[in-house]
Design a binder for this molecule. Sequence first.
Ligand code: NDP
Length: 600
Amino acid sequence: MASNAMNDLGFDPNALREKYRTERDKRLRGDANEQYQEVVGDFSHYVDDPYIESKIEREPLEDEVDVIVVGGGFGGLLVGARLREAGVDKIRMIEKGGDFGGTWYWNRYPGAACDVESYVYLPLCEELNFVPREKYTHAPEILAHSRAIGEKFELYRDACFQTEVSGAQWDESINRWIVTTNRNDRMLAKYVVMSNGPLNRPKLPGIEGIETFKGHTFHTSRWDYNYTGGGPQGDLTGLKGKKVGIIGTGATAIQCVPHLGRGADELFVFQRTPSSVDVRANHPTDPEWAQNLKPGWQKERMDNFNTLVSGGYADVDLVNDGWTEIIRNLASMVNFKSDKPLSMQEIADKMEIADFQKMEQVRDRAQTLVDDPDTAESLKPYYRQFCKRPCFNDEYLETFNLPGVSLIDTQGKGIDRITEKGIVANGVEYELDCIVFATGFEVGTEYTRRSGYDVIGREGQSLKDKWQDGVRSLHGIHTNGFPNCFIIHTSQAGFTVNFPHAMNEQAKQIAYILDYCKQSNVDVVEATKEAEDEWVEKIIGLSRFSESFQASCTPGYYNNEGKPNPKSVQNGAYGAGPVKFFEEMDAWREEGSLAGMKLS
Ligand code: NDP
């Protein structure tokens, strides 16, 4: 780009490209996903449930139901709801937590709230005649809504809480799944739906000395209010007089750091890579607006949001927030109404400039809001917007102006080690009373490892073995050799930032198939190998568009920690975007023959 471009834009694209490359290279590491400590053995207490009030005592179950749904988060609840609508009677939800809620059951850290607008994020609002209290509503209301879905669709009836599936095996002699659990249950089901969640398994940094620390520790997804005091609204009075360290500055830390900053005497935020933190502008729901919503409002709003965040065109922007603004800016650069079609390269170049412009605004925001110039500089993210989850928050950056709060910028290296007394970073030991791990969740590890159990299909084939070189599915949902089994996840299916939207589409698809089987007296339904092979090829082909983008990104769970490889590409989402994926699924249902599936 010529130098006069810098005068027009206010920045030099070449210099930024170089800066992005340098920052990424600082963070690339050979061990990628292997750098993390799995929460097993001595670390398994990090996933104990701190929220259960009393342990459920019950006899083991040996019975039969129509459908077993593994996972009581939004994915499982949506499947349960859609199956109820389709007239399925015996639905057994199995959930390791003490109640429904999934992500929102576990993530109760102070400040937790949805970062996608609640009117499109919370599923089944119209079915429950419910409008959330705030544009970005807080976690307790989302958890309560999960329970309300369970009540409304009578999913508590046969549910098993505090129960972990230990295995699922297809018995060909009776055409039933046998599902076993850690409570010695042995349940039969005609169908199994697995909705284990994409971010269900916390991970820890695999750091030297992590087991030696003598103070208190916990992971953000198992917040220890007994220690910190307060609740999801904050007021962490238990941290008075305490020195607290938090490792990680992703979307979770952005929300809880303001509360830790206010509660602790001293807070040290250990940063490896800064997040992009833009304006959130939350506000209470306008009651008049809520009262005047017309039937069909939620679907219309969800579709509108999904179209816009997928780069499509819509006459109106109903949500009109940071998410849609990002894409609107990118799209306006490409100029949809242009008479002269742009080449792919021209589109990519224009998108890159729009991306630079937005990220310059985000960096300026840090500069403006943070008093100390060095801290402000450290908080500036130098990468493309979608290399990591964009964050929106109106308190995080300002927290670094509080007297007891320090940012410890590790310049991309991460902390050095943990000692008996605290954390060593940049060669300096910080003595601490408590370490909070905001280090995220396993992504990119094996599906069956994250689920915590293996699935055995026809002829004793295990899902772990079948997927060892990568996921093989039809539509992300079915896999050959595993009849009457459905999987809700992000691999090889449509992914959108509004994740419940994608899960709702998958739930509709599953309900359609079960209804079809009932109407046509079909006992066993299974993807054919040919259809599966074709789908896998398609997924790999579509991913080529994003390959160079992924490789250019700073490491994170979006790009397999900086090491995209054929397996991570195969395990990725449907590359043509969620709008196209949903259209393809609609067309598949309209065609009406369950194409690509064997029925018997
Ligand atoms: P992330 O994986 O996004 O963040 C983990 C953090 O830990 C990163 O900042 C990472 O740094 C840091 N880290 C890891 N190892 C080390 C180390 N050795 N030293 C220092 N830092 C380290 O997890 P989150 O829990 O923040 O978020 C996960 C996802 O959950 C989000 O992306 C989002 O999808 C979802 N979420 C959604 C919310 C919502 O409102 N709907 C709210 C919160 C989360 P680095 O970046 O360098 O890897």
